[in-house]
Ligand binder design. Structure first.
Ligand code: PEP
Ligand code: MG
Length: 321
């Protein structure tokens, strides 16, 4: 019933056999965060910070960013907030930052690649995030990591900023967790090495699918190929989860696929510790996993991984539910 659905939405994500999974929200504004809490989000698994940089002529200052991160932290109260550093490029253009036109923007100067080349932009953002971490439960996440050198370079800049804040007597959370998005195929294949560098992974299936299938997610002629339920992608999610757990770190997923009701048993069965999805999709996701046991979800995954198309994966899930 409607009442049961509302009750489940505001309880922690849990299977019928009491296996917990954190159900977080993807958000990109202050209002959106309030909506996420209303829909039963247990935290924010992906704050897309690009919105702070859009519709302006200069980058937002440290104080401007701090204000927004604090406002979002206040709405979330005790709930965790994972802030992703600027992921400009690809389909997101911000003219004053000077990325310019590229012939292959999704293979170009985006995310962490841009930020490592423009350390002042990154440092301003890191200072604001660290300062907000003093009063709010914040974790930081770097996008588009493809190599160990990139995460090491990002961490070196973070360490530098932490040193500056300490020197100035500005407080921040010394134990703040650091994570990366796993959304480039190379990150999956070297996940064991990357796991030694961070506290958590969050799998970005929007980009991972387009890169695994070599299909631009914004090109309608081929976008349907970039389906996160294709066994080729599921296999990479499985590999990432195994590498994370073998290294003793937690692993979530924040691609749009999590909002597909047919994906719920698969994401659960793959062993993810957290999923982050569109706020409106949270009640249905929690409702779906509340009907399932972990062994049922694992059996669905085993069957799904043996299929040769996303269509057949959907049929399997439909049949089993
Ligand atoms: C992703 O790539 O799956 C993701 C969550 O990030 P974005 O859609 O912002 O690139
Ligand atoms: Mg992405």
């Amino acid at each position: 019933t409607q009442q049961q659905a509302i009750t489940i939405a505001h309880q922690p994500g849990m299977t019928r056999d009491r296996h917990p999974i954190n159900v977080f929200a993807n958000v990109s504004s202050i209002n959106h965060t309030q909506q996420a809490v209303n829909y039963g989000a247990e935290g924010v698994g992906l704050l897309r910070t690009e919105f702070l940089y859009l519709n302006r002529t200069t980058a937002p200052t440290e104080e401007q960013q701090l204000e927004v991160y604090q406002a979002i932290g206040q709405i979330l109260e005790h709930r965790p907030l994972i802030i992703r550093t600027l992921d400009i490029g690809g389909d997101k253009s911000i003219p004053y930052l000077g990325v310019g036109l590229e012939s292959n923007p999704f293979l170009g100067w985006r995310g962490i690649r841009f930020c490592l080349d423009r350390p002042l932009v990154l440092k301003t953002q890191l200072r604001a995030i660290l300062r907000a971490s003093f009063r709010h439960q914040i974790k930081i996440m770097f996008p588009m990591i493809a190599t160990v050198a990139e995460i090491q370079a990002a961490k070196a800049i973070l360490t530098e900023v932490q040193g500056e804040l300490r020197q100035a007597g500005i407080p921040f959370d010394e134990a703040m967790q650091i994570g990366i998005m796993v959304e480039v195929p190379s990150a999956v294949t070297i996940a064991n090495q990357l796991a030694r560098e961070v506290d958590f992974f969050s799998i970005g299936t929007n980009d991972l699918s387009q890169y695994v299938m070599a299909a631009d997610r914004t090109n309608p002629k081929v976008a349907n190929l970039a389906d996160a339920l294709h066994p080729a992608v599921l296999c990479m999610i499985q590999q990432t989860v195994e590498a994370a757990h073998a290294a003793g770190i937690w692993v979530g997923l924040c691609g749009e696929i999590a909002a597909d009701p047919l994906a719920a048993p698969i994401l659960l069965g793959l062993g993810l510790d957290e999923v982050s999805l569109n706020p409106q999709a949270i009640p249905a996701f929690k409702g779906a996993i509340a009907q399932l046991t972990m062994p049922q979800a694992q059996a669905i995954v085993t069957a799904a991984l043996q299929q040769d198309s996303a269509t057949k994966v959907r049929e399997i899930v439909n049949y089993e539910l």
